[in-house]
Design a binder for this molecule. Structure first.
Ligand code: GDP
Length: 346
């Protein structure tokens, strides 16, 4: 068995090659150099304060060069065919002359063995393409932390000239909402044969979709796929129309035969044009930026408060009273914030 990468064992960046200057990272990213792009993303994922400072500088300088892409979120239950779809659809995007970046998001704190193995073997043909850049999910952390890393990766990829960004959820859980709040188009993949699945489907996730692709509509699945599509179309009709007036479409696809992939491509391009035309493309992005500022602010405040050992101690005391039922959780949060801002009461 080949030995593990010694840089991983020694803690990654710490004892790896010399850190570059901000200017070197920026120049490399803007020149579309994938190796430097990768190093810059690794830098944004580092928890060392000096790396974070350097990363902020790099992000700040890349920001004016970012934004010129269509950001596409891809979600669906494990096994629905996400990575196979991305592999085939990614090839189509490359054929159309796009530069494609695939980012994954996995907010579960414990990464499953499956997803680590998955990262290695997935999308093998895309990884060999010069105009594609595949990045596995940043490991664990809070939803806000994972979101921050992914948003920063998007900025760096765009600054490096990638004009189609696919953000894929790995695993199940909070990922869908996080992805939805950082992409322009939210594509939901569904299996043929709805029925029970439709029942169990979280209404909220379907409501977020800008498009639904029924996967595996091939090899004898065609009839079930058509029935599923009709069911989803009916279900979508029940949602009130959105401000932007875009109507989510349901398409039949097969990553194996490539059936329907051109339709997905056209759908995305139509959406891009439609939303840019009515101003909602920019509006959605601006809304997302403000949303993340607020979300992250909340997280930073919590972190700051709990950095203080006194506050942590006080929280443990309050937690007991909350679990006993002698104190309301909201009052406890108020008290903890006051304690942190003003010090303990006399
Ligand atoms: P993920 O967990 O959502 O990423 O799903 P995968 O892409 O790993 O696919 C799960 C399984 O479905 C694999 O065994 C694939 O070979 C199979 N699969 C994926 N796409 C298709 C398709 O278009 N047609 C058929 N028949 N099988 C597919």
């Amino acid at each position: 068995m080949p030995p593990l990468n010694p840089r991983l064992l020694s803690g990654g960046l710490d004892r790896g090659p010399r850190r570059k200057s901000a200017a070197e990272y920026i120049e490399g990213v803007l020149a579309g150099n994938r190796v430097i792009l990768s190093q810059a993303i690794t830098l944004t994922e580092s928890t060392r304060p000096e790396d974070q400072k350097l990363a902020s500088e790099v992000i700040h300088s890349c920001l004016p060069h970012a934004g010129k892409s269509l950001r596409i979120g891809i979600t669906g239950i494990p096994g629905v065919g996400k990575s196979t779809f991305i592999e085939s659809f990614g090839q189509l995007l490359l054929e159309k002359g796009h530069r494609l970046s695939v980012l994954a998001i996995d907010p579960s704190s414990e990464r499953s063995k499956g997803s680590i193995l998955g990262d290695k073997t997935r999308m093998e043909s895309l990884t060999r393409e010069e105009n594609a850049y595949i990045r596995p999910s940043p490991s664990g952390g809070s939803p806000g932390g994972v979101a921050r890393k992914t948003r920063e990766s998007i900025i760096l990829c765009e600054a490096a000239g990638f004009d189609r960004i696919l953000v894929e959820t790995v695993g199940v859980g909070q990922g869908e909402t996080i992805v939805h709040s950082m992409v322009d188009f939210f594509l939901l993949l569904m299996l043929p044969g709805a029925g029970d699945e439709l029942q169990g489907m979280k209404r909220g996730i379907m409501e977020m979709a800008d498009g639904i692709a029924i996967t595996k509509s091939d090899f004898g699945n065609e009839k079930r796929a058509k029935i599923a599509a009709a069911d989803y179309r009916r279900a979508l009709e029940l949602f009130p129309p959105a401000d932007h007036k875009w109507k989510a479409q349901v398409l039949l696809t097969s990553a194996m035969t490539s059936m329907g992939l051109e339709d997905v491509y056209s759908l995305l391009e139509n959406f891009y044009e439609f939303m840019q035309g009515n101003g909602h493309f920019e509006k959605r992005r601006k809304g997302q930026a403000v949303y993340w500022m607020n979300e992250y602010l909340g997280e930073l405040v919590r972190q700051k408060i709990l950095e203080n050992p006194e506050s942590r101690k006080y929280r443990n005391e309050l937690r007991e009273q909350v679990t006993e039922g002698s104190l309301s959780p909201f009052e406890a949060a108020d008290m903890l914030l006051r304690h942190a801002l003003e010090g303990p009461e006399d």
